[in-house]
Ligand binder design. Structure first.
Ligand SMILES: *Cc1c(COP(=O)(O)O)cnc(C)c1O
Length: 369
């Protein structure tokens, strides 16, 4: 009788919240579609794909357009079926079974997930109350625990905080362990190491088209690393990992600088608006803390996170419940931001029996405030 492998026997499929909700602020997606002109160009690019042929296995054109947009050389770039796929390739191509991986929690849940399938040992270093990354402590832990790879997101999902480029450099040069820096949100901040990534012997940097560039549906991500690491990633990935339709459609968007300028500014403006609204709740002591965001989402601490989450859910607003009294809220359209802020205010004001001061409180009436 066949018995499934121990390591995957109890795994359950990744299940994001599904279904129709009025306001979706749970997945850190962009709320903007590519321009109509570009969507037409994307449709035409897709229509011209040689469907009977396999795609370019190295996605050379896609990598070249990505490299051009970010001002780097394409020889350091590997394309993946989302950066998620690249994370899994890193685990099985660059690590041996039983080797130790360090994660800094809370961080992107996929790091620990792939670790278990790759049969590496995942060690997690908990961040303190301020959620900051302590580079010295990370370096000490790497030494003490004989860590082979450290992986973290910068800026961080879910904490929304960023680690300055100089601190990341100090981490990379302070160890021989492989350092994987997931810059999924770096389009929203200016501390990227992408231009110098190839100069380090032990760095793999990850980028994605899923966040600022607004192409989550296409599943396109990239690794940037020196030639040796790039060769290994390209040799270890499955041959046709990025399908031809995604390659061609993403190229249309990567060729247009608008998304990294005007579009990204729109998302940052929305983020600032969301953060300002949440800070009002913080100053009223309705929520405990709003973390400084370098991303397109807000990370907040509040006593009543479960209750607020449920209240939002019941009102058709989906955010991410991170646990331990923290919520993560993606910046959305102006109306969506206003709605989530006033809903949180309404929920907490009612609970505390104080008047809801949010003048646009859409929920005050329903909730009998
Ligand atoms: C969203 C996210 C990704 C996802 O990347 P894909 O390219 O869509 O697979 C990777 N890392 C972090 C930290 C993210 O938040």
């Amino acid at each position: 009788m066949y018995l499934p492998a121990e390591k995957t026997k109890k795994l359950i499929p990744y299940q994001p919240i599904q279904g129709e909700y009025r306001v979706r602020l749970d997945a850190n997606e962009s709320f903007l579609l590519p321009t109509e002109e570009d969507r037409i160009a994307m449709a035409s690019a897709a229509a011209n794909v040689a469907f009977n042929r396999y795609p370019d296995p190295m996605a050379a054109g896609l990598c070249a357009d990505f490299a051009e947009l970010y001002g780097i050389s394409p020889e350091y770039v590997t394309a993946g079926n989302g950066s998620d796929e690249i994370i899994s390739i890193i685990y099985y191509a660059l690590l041996e079974k039983g080797e130790k991986v360090l994660t800094l929690t809370p961080d992107f849940s996929m790091y620990a997930f792939y670790s278990s399938i790759a049969e590496t040992e995942c060690i997690s270093l908990s961040k303190g109350e301020d959620m900051a990354v302590d580079v010295d402590l990370v370096l000490d832990t790497i030494k003490k625990e004989k860590i082979r790879m450290v992986i973290f997101s910068n800026p961080c999902n879910p904490t929304s905080l960023g680690l300055a480029a100089d601190d990341v450099r100090r981490l990379i040069t302070g160890t021989d362990a492989l350092v994987v820096v997931d810059e999924a949100y770096m389009d929203f901040w200016d501390q990227s190491l992408i231009k110098e990534a190839h100069e380090y012997q032990n760095l793999v940097l990850l980028r994605t088209c899923s966040k600022a560039l607004g192409l989550a549906a296409l599943r396109v991500g990239f690794a940037v690393a020196n030639k040796t690491l790039t060769r290994i990633l390209k040799a270890a990935k499955s041959p046709y990992n990025v399908n031809a339709v995604s390659q061609e459609m993403a190229r249309v968007v990567l060729k247009n600088p608008l998304y990294r300028t005007v579009y990204t500014e729109i998302l940052i403006t929305s983020r600032n608006m969301l953060i300002d609204g949440l800070r009002r709740l913080e100053s009223q002591r309705l929520i405990e803390k709003v973390y400084e965001s370098r991303t397109n989402f807000a990370f907040i601490k509040l006593q009543d996170s479960e209750e607020v989450f449920k209240f939002l859910f019941d009102n058709g607003i989906i955010v991410r419940n991170i646990g331990k009294n923290h919520l993560r809220i993606t910046a959305g359209r102006e109306e969506e931001n206003k709605e989530v802020i006033s809903a949180i205010a309404a929920c907490l004001c009612k609970k505390r029996g104080v008047d809801c001061y949010e003048d646009r409180c859409l929920f005050a009436k329903n909730q009998g405030n």
